[in-house]
Design a protein around this ligand. Structure first.
Ligand code: EPU
Length: 361
């Protein structure tokens, strides 16, 4: 295993002198098109790449950035830029992957925030460290994974999360955060709201179960495994199945700009679900503990007649109505206008409000 790079912060790295020496290379009026998977044009007033807490300390001490808004960027895969960013964009490139011990039947692995998520899942699998395969092919970097508590095919990050290390701009210190402090929810955490722009994630520690059990209950996964004639799946079978399903349903951001699901699946009270299903018998809903029901937003958008719709250069993906796409040269504003139209039509037809999943700037 390699060393995880994040260097411990010492008081010396926070002094102005030392800070100046460690200031990362700065770019002004920097184009962000290659740094967001929607592939929209927008400029950052300031842009830099950071690989350590020391560099963040130097940025914090830099008078030019005092009072300016900050945006930490990972793979840019859960972001819609609708305008130029009049502040400092920090592209996090902290590298590293190392095993740091074990507890409660799990191996603990610390991953640098700048490591690509899918390549990390693959690497751990190749090292015979399974446990993340249901989350294969999710775009973006490891540091972004806790921010929206990434999830797919019956597993979410929170179930494999131990802690993270972050730089806190308000206190000028490195901090650790437990799962409780992250306050994970469905595609949500405290880092997406109250702490956004304040804390920059340096590394994430994950727990990989030593007694691996397949998570194969999600209908698509079970169906794919059956089709492949697999009855007792190994980690690699789950990985291959998830990769195949995602490739079929979701657009590759390298080819078609997108940010994965653009809306969360809305959760409604059981009574509301009953009224809806009386009018729309094919509505897809999943009962949650506590009596509420999670509706398939993709079904609602589809049933509102918007699957495959095109408005200017923005569109609703033909194969998955939950995904908005850049059909080539779309602006963030065009994509946002389409998102609003989707929200309005779904609200009109079903009385249900869809909430966007990506961070909108
Ligand atoms: N459906 C339609 N029309 C469509 C697509 C789907 O009616 O165009 C219905 C189908 O009946 C399907 C149901 O919606 O059974 C749910 O679809 P799917 O299983 O594909 O999952 P999803 O709810 O649309 C969620 C996540 C995805 C994740 C998949 C698999 C959210 C917002 N999205 O999508 O996450 O990959 O489940 O677990 O929870 C992401 O967050 O970016 C993302 C891609």
């Amino acid at each position: 295993a390699q060393r995880c790079a994040p260097a411990p912060t010492t008081p010396a790295t926070r002094s102005a002198d030392r800070g100046a020496a460690m200031l990362p290379e700065l770019h002004e009026q920097f184009p962000l098109r290659a740094f967001n998977t929607f592939g929209v044009e927008a400029r950052a007033r300031w842009f830099c790449r950071v690989r350590s807490a020391g560099e963040l300390a130097a940025l914090a001490a830099e008078p030019r950035f005092a009072g300016l808004p900050r945006l930490a960027l990972g793979g840019g895969s859960n972001l819609l830029l609708t305008r130029d960013f009049e502040g400092l964009v920090i592209k996090v490139e902290v590298p590293g992957l190392r095993e740091i011990g074990e507890a409660d039947g799990s191996l603990h692995v610390e991953v640098g925030a700048g490591e690509n998520w899918h390549r990390t899942v693959e690497r751990l699998l190749a090292m015979d460290r399974p446990g993340l395969e249901n989350l294969a092919l999710i775009p973006g970097d490891c540091g972004a994974a806790p921010i929206q508590n990434i999830g797919a095919y019956g597993l979410e990050l929170a179930e494999r999360f131990v802690s993270l290390r972050a730089w806190d701009f308000d206190t000028g210190q490195e901090v650790g955060m437990s799962a409780a402090e992250c306050d994970f929810g469905y595609r949500d955490s405290a880092l997406k709201h109250a702490l956004a722009g304040r804390r920059v994630i340096l590394s994430v520690t994950l727990a990989l179960p030593k007694q691996w059990q397949p998570v194969a209950g999600y209908a698509d996964v079970a169906h794919e495994l059956r089709a492949r004639g697999v009855s007792r799946p190994a980690p690699r079978d789950i990985f291959d199945a998830v990769v195949a399903i995602r490739r079929r349903k979701l657009p590759d951001p390298a080819l078609i700009g997108n940010a994965g699901s653009f809306f969360k699946n809305p959760v409604v009270p059981r009574d509301e679900y009953r009224k809806l299903i009386a009018h729309h018998p094919s509505l897809v809903g999943y009962p949650l503990p506590g009596g509420r029901v999670k509706l398939a937003a993709a079904w609602l958008i589809d049933a509102a007649g918007l699957k495959g719709a095109t408005r200017g250069r923005a569109g609703v993906y033909e194969k998955q109505a939950l995904v908005l796409v850049n059909r080539g040269g779309a602006t963030g504003a065009e994509i946002l206008a389409l998102a609003r139209e989707v929200q309005e039509k779904v609200a009109e037809k079903f009385g249900v409000r869809l909430e966007p999943e990506p961070v909108i700037v």
